[in-house]
Design a protein around this ligand. Structure first.
Ligand SMILES: Cc1cc2nc3c(=O)[nH]c(=O)nc-3n(C[C@H](O)[C@H](O)[C@H](O)COP(=O)(O)OP(=O)(O)OC[C@H]3O[C@@H](n4cnc5c(N)ncnc54)[C@H](O)[C@@H]3O)c2cc1C
Length: 414
């Protein structure tokens, strides 16, 4: 591997892979360095004895304009275009149709108010109706969507995503993580298990110190998460303080997935869904037998995911099983066993789920996306102004940063 490439890409997640794809075939030497022993970052499909499951991104959001759809199609990867079952409550268990309607309307009203009449505080909770009995439910949905509660969300940032996204959410039986990792151009020079330790910008080239040696590219594309950028695992030069400050205003929220294996005869119907307890801020959202596989995917967000991270995944599994038992009856307990779970909160090179802007801080995304001195370029989901928190936003940000780097090296995009 050359130690003086034209461009170094730091991080092999969706953004880094998007950048590598954009740079491929331009006659440049490109080196990608990744701290983990695998590529994909928050895109991670795990293979188990009963199927493949995404511990990170799973849904092709805004699918009609999602660039990963075309990439999957050209690779011959099957896409499931069925409507997701999120909106339904299997058997109306624990949540009557009238309550579902009321709660859904309360959530829609909150979304509409945020877009039409954003609060001057820019705090999304300031558009909750204080008399509504559904604010805990809205908080739980906010946890699933944003990884945090409305009290810590910028109304403007939330609405920017909401207005730009569509209801088309598709999936791939082989996994989103599988698609993303298999899309890295095969001739990319990748160094795994090679965490960047420090960046030095005092010379003409960018000096990158890694645990496996020094790299001195002409330009570098940084794709690490906002929590990593704001944290102290990498020594950053003080010239990058404005970027690190922006990253602090765009923290990662909390989301985790727990997969429970189903055995024997059970009442769990394929491709159905229910929310565990719409009156519990820490509730799980349960997707039952996705693609007909013998699992229940429990999705946790905000308070629920924070609780799981602090109690540990074994206790979180026990809690999810209790919630399912409370709805389906104690006979299903024998049908359920822990299969696999994420632990993004404790993944040292990620540090959480996906970014949201704190109240008043939506502009931090544009600050974060700026380049430094025409030789350091920033990508990653958090840099996208509308498609943040997604794998397609990450991909697009990588493409954007690669185009900026090409331009800076005097090779404008074809
Ligand atoms: C539970 C969960 C569910 C999700 N569901 C969806 C979904 O359904 N649909 C969707 O579109 N999105 C979803 N997302 C979000 C999506 O996964 C992310 O937005 C996207 O994958 C982020 O890509 P990225 O390249 O910006 O960052 P990352 O994937 O974090 O990539 C950055 C890379 O940098 C590496 N790195 C960090 N420090 C260093 C260092 N010092 N040196 C070298 N490398 C380093 C990291 O290890 C990582 O691989 C979900 C995320 C989670 C956690």
């Amino acid at each position: 591997m050359t130690t003086e490439p034209d461009i170094a890409i730091i991080g092999a997640g969706a953004a880094g892979i998007g950048a590598a794809r954009r740079l491929a075939g331009r006659g440049l030497t490109v080196v990608m360095i990744e701290a983990m022993p695998r590529t994909g970052g928050r895109a991670w499909t795990q293979t188990t004895s009963v199927g493949q499951f995404d511990l990170g991104c799973g849904w092709l959001h805004s699918a009609e304009r999602n660039p990963w759809v075309e990439i999957a199609e050209s690779a011959g990867i099957a896409i499931d275009r069925r409507r997701s079952a999120w909106g339904e409550q299997f058997g109306q268990l624990g949540f009557s149709p009238a309550e579902q309607e009321e709660a859904g309307e309360a959530f829609d009203r909150w979304n509409e108010a945020l877009a039409a009449d954003p609060p001057s505080s820019d705090r999304a909770s300031d558009r909750l109706d204080p008399d509504s009995p559904w604010n805990t439910y809205i908080g739980a949905l906010s946890g699933f969507i944003n990884g945090d509660e409305p009290q810590r969300l910028s109304a403007r940032d939330y609405s920017a995503y909401d207005q730009a996204s569509s209801d088309n959410n598709w999936r791939m039986p082989s996994g989103y993580g599988t698609l993303i990792t298999s899309s890295l151009p095969s001739n990319t020079s990748v160094r795994l298990d090679a965490p960047l330790q420090s960046i030095d910008l005092s010379g003409k080239r960018v000096a990158l110190e890694t645990t496996v040696g020094r790299l001195q590219p002409r330009a570098a594309i940084v794709t690490v998460s906002t929590n990593v950028l704001a944290g102290d695992s990498i020594v950053w030069p003080s010239a990058l303080d404005p970027w690190r400050d922006a990253a602090r205003r765009l923290p990662l929220g909390s989301n985790e997935k727990l997969f429970l294996e189903i055995s024997g005869n059970s009442p769990f119907e394929a491709e159905t869904h229910l929310i565990g307890n719409p009156r519990d801020a820490e509730t799980g959202s349960y997707y039952i037998r996705p693609f007909g596989l013998p699992v229940i995917e429990c999705y946790l967000g905000g308070a629920g995911a924070r609780a799981a991270a602090s109690m540990g995944m074994e206790a979180a599994f026990a809690r999810a099983i209790e919630q399912i038992v409370s709805l389906f009856g104690s006979s299903v307990r024998a049908n359920l066993r822990p299969l696999v779970a994420s632990d993004w909160a404790h993944a040292p090179t990620i540090g959480g789920a996906y970014s949201h802007a704190l109240p008043g801080e939506a502009h931090a995304r544009s600050v974060l996306a700026q380049s430094f001195d025409q030789r350091l370029f920033f990508a990653g989901e958090a840099t996208h102004r509308t498609d943040f928190s997604t794998a397609h936003g990450a991909y697009q940000s990588g493409v954007r940063a690669a185009e900026e780097a090409l331009e800076a090296l005097g090779m404008p995009s074809a």
